[in-house]
Write a protein that binds this ligand. Sequence first.
Ligand code: NAD
Ligand code: ZN
Length: 567
Amino acid sequence: MTVQQLVLIGLSGVGKSTVGRALADRLGWAFIDTDDAITEREGMTPAELLSQRGEPAFRKTEESVVVELAHRTPAVIATGGGAFLSARSRRALGERGFICYLDATPAAIAQRIREGAGDVRRPLLGDDAANLEVRLAQLDAERRPFYNHADLWVPVQAHAAEDAAVTEAAVRRILAAWSTEAAARRAAPQRLERLGAAEPARGPAAIVDTGAERYPIWVGAGEYARLPERLQRLDLRDRRVFLLSDGSVMEQHGRAVAEALDAAGIAGASYIIPAGEQSKTLRVSDEIYRWLAGERAERRDVIAALGGGVVGDLAGFVAATYLRGMPLLQLPTSVLAMNDAAIGGKVAVDLPSGKNLVGAFHQPRAVISDVDTLRTLSRRAYIEGFAEVIKHALILDAVLLETLRGDAARLTGSRLDLDLLADVIGRSSRLKALIVSSDPTEQGLRAILNYGHTIGHGIETAGEYTTYRHGEAVAVGMMGAARISAELGLVPPAFVEEQGQLLRTFGLPTTAPGVQAPAVLAAMRLDKKVERGRQRFILLEGVGRAVIRGDVPPELVDRVVRELVGG
Ligand SMILES: NC(=O)c1ccc[n+]([C@@H]2O[C@H](COP(=O)([O-])OP(=O)(O)OC[C@H]3O[C@@H](n4cnc5c(N)ncnc54)[C@H](O)[C@@H]3O)[C@@H](O)[C@H]2O)c1
Ligand SMILES: [Zn+2]
């Protein structure tokens, strides 16, 4: 018998009532909002209770209301943002409920609240509009470790403040998971003990859940030492692991991985490709297919990609195609691969006529980012990767942007601060994971990840992939996109300046001397992002507010590109 109770948790303003009511309607169940129940019982709203009795007293009241409501079935229960912080409440909700965590960025939630999509006053958020996002980010950091105990993670990142399609998608995901796997998830060993524990267990930095596939992203120093434990959790222990890597990475880090696999009693073999983009071809894939055939690799065996984006894309492509698909493990070793290439399942090889032209969507079983490996990365590749981190912050997360501003010196200094790095890469990975989970096959929202990439790809191509590396070209491309945004009146000119300042602080370029404007513009016209002859640009209306525009005047693009490349 499937459970007859759904519990929605997540930050205040994320949309628990909207989604909850829709679910209750669909199922014909009661809808219960714990904040409403508190108001009814106490004759005061949570906000009033908080200000009159203080937080500890309010939490006690909340706990007793939640514990009582947790008996009600069939019901959809939307909890106040802080209710899940109480161990007693968590356990009580877990007794009968299938617990779903609704997640979106603080920027998106702030926008939703500002535009009045959330109707009630949010007690803990205060009245200060400017600080709303910062306050939400603090609450997010504080509560996420508890929210992570949910049975199901549901991305509800919306492009507009109140997006009916996002609500509908969330409802469908929850109903699908409820009818197929709620019972199994609820039967997980020690689930109630974990829910009731005072201190939440440390989980992965992020997860991707596309509705069809789900996988963790682990980010930390010393992750390779934990590999046996991770593989056991992934249920990949009694299979062979075929490790693909390039010469430079294998030399530095192959041994650590091989030893971890040995220690876990995992058999396998490894294959080394020459480092660099020239290995991302059908010819090299073909060599790997032959090797796998010679090794009698089976469909249940695992392909592990140890390296930067080149290895990840190539190994991913092989894993997507050999035997019609094998499990893939991403072990990224560059900043770029950790926070971007390894997450999201886009795998591809290049053709002479263009990059990434032959590919597939093939999600990995896990992404394991050991930031220790970044010590051996070349300075240029290390810095380049931050262009995508900065991009994630610009399009989605003002608070991460502040961290990057404040900690730029520590992040780019010669002695790596691994804890800080793990924190920043973890947060950046989480943003990518959220977008990919909301839109796995790039039907809409995922396009915002292309901020800076329209002009960036043009610059990369015009420089024949040697003058400027991907991240460097994207940095310049972001300057182009910011300037276009300013010219269209979406952001003030100061925004462009500040963005440039930050990129330069990281040692990233903001102009691209050395390539020719006509070559950049010609390459842009051939880009995959051109749809029916129209160039699509991702622009910003501010930090965390990306818009997709297909109506940028070609003359403006022309002028901006010329300014960036200097002629
Ligand atoms: N699939 C996606 O979504 C996606 C997204 C962005 C980029 N990409 C792809 O990623 C590739 C670029 O990624 P990249 O910059 O990581 O390239 P890369 O794999 O070529 O790595 C860059 C260089 O650094 C070396 N290296 C990597 N990690 C190292 C380490 N820890 N120590 C020492 N050397 C190390 C590599 O040998 C290589 O020479 C491109 O092919 C691009 O198309 C894919
Ligand atoms: Zn990119």
